[in-house]
Ligand binder design. Structure first.
Ligand code: CAA
Length: 291
């Protein structure tokens, strides 16, 4: 099936990055959010990130202008009904995602492929509540979307081969690489990455190292581009905790128990970069460790 129009639900960190890469690759993008302010901020972020690519000579000014011209925004979810592909990138709460699919469904073309950028919710379960489980898939991008090469493709139990093959081609057309994951909690990346972050928080909690020594150790000793605590702040501590809980509940193994210190930071509202405080304090010129 040919895809030319893409609807994206949710204009947050992931939604704006997904809109950016699809529009840059020539797709017509319709970006939806519940807040006009959210849509305006997303367009401003896309413009800033494209500008960065122009100044680093990754793309030309003409390509940037054409990309911006392919992005339209709407507050009306039903406007996405005529798209060939819909990517849900809203808040990581199952009841919100279910409500979006339910509201969208009566307006969809019969051929529209429905996907979720969920980082850990069961694709089979989300699909089962829609009218098209065979045309439903997990389509998981990594943050920052314009930079990260990987996209996880997750088939639900009912996903048909045509839908999977179509999305494989779409990923290729974005210049990215697909990894296929089975539909189990956390899929591949988060099954491995988030317990590593959780272990770094335990290492801090037990006083084995400070924020700085833990991050430096993994950056300089394991060649990771960001230390695990810096990365946790980047992903969002609430997201990290939510994923640990999905692993803990879904796999029923105590090795996935969330570190109490991670829970404490989330309860304090110290969610990382987005709230300006997490394992680092971002309110000044340079980030300062909070422990
Ligand atoms: N849009 C466009 N380009 C961007 C960008 C953005 N948002 N952010 C960074 N870039 C580009 C820069 O322009 C730069 O490009 P060039 O190499 O062409 O010059 C390049 O990315 C590197 O950026 P910087 O030099 O500014 O900074 P850096 O070298 O410190 O790299 C980073 C930044 C790419 C984010 C790097 O630190 C990194 O890879 N961090 C780890 C990210 C990671 O692990 N992400 C996965 C999170 S897990 C996830 O997403 C799954 C989930 O469900 C939770």
């Amino acid at each position: 099936m040919d895809i030319s129009t893409v609807g994206i639900v949710g204009a947050g960190q992931m939604g704006n990055g997904i809109a950016h890469v699809f529009a840059l690759s020539g797709y017509q993008v319709l970006l939806n959010d519940i807040s006009q302010d959210g849509l305006e901020k997303a367009v401003a972020t896309i413009r800033k990130n494209l500008d960065r690519q122009v100044s680093r000579e990754k793309i030309s000014q003409d390509e940037m202008d054409a990309t911006m011209g392919r992005i339209t925004t709407t507050l009306a979810l039903e406007d996405l009904g005529q798209c060939d592909l819909v990517i849900e990138a809203a808040t990581e709460r199952e009841e919100i995602k279910d409500a979006i699919f339910e509201k969208l469904q009566p307006h969809l073309k019969p051929t529209t492929i429905l996907t979720s950028n969920t980082s850990s919710i069961s694709i089979t379960r989300l699909a089962s509540r829609t009218d098209r489980p065979e045309k439903f898939m997990g389509f998981h991008f990594m943050n920052p979307v314009p930079v990260m090469q990987l996209v996880e493709l997750i088939r639900g139990i009912a996903t048909d081969e045509e839908t999977y093959q179509t999305l494989l081609k779409v990923v290729e057309s974005l210049g990215k690489v697909a990894a296929s994951a089975e539909d189990f909690p956390g899929f591949i990346v988060n099954r491995i990455l988030i317990p590593m972050i959780n272990e770094a928080v335990y290492t801090l909690y037990e006083g084995v190292g400070s924020v700085t020594s833990i991050d430096q150790s993994l950056k300089l000793g394991a060649n990771q581009p960001m230390g695990p605590l810096e990365l946790a702040d980047f992903i969002g501590l609430d997201t990290c905790l939510a994923i640990m809980n999905v692993l803990y509940d879904g796999l029923a193994d105590t090795k996935y128990r969330p570190c109490p210190l991670l829970t404490k930071y989330v309860e304090a509202g110290w969610l990382g970069r987005k709230s300006k405080r997490g394992f680092y304090d971002y309110r000044g010129e340079t980030p300062v460790p909070t422990r």
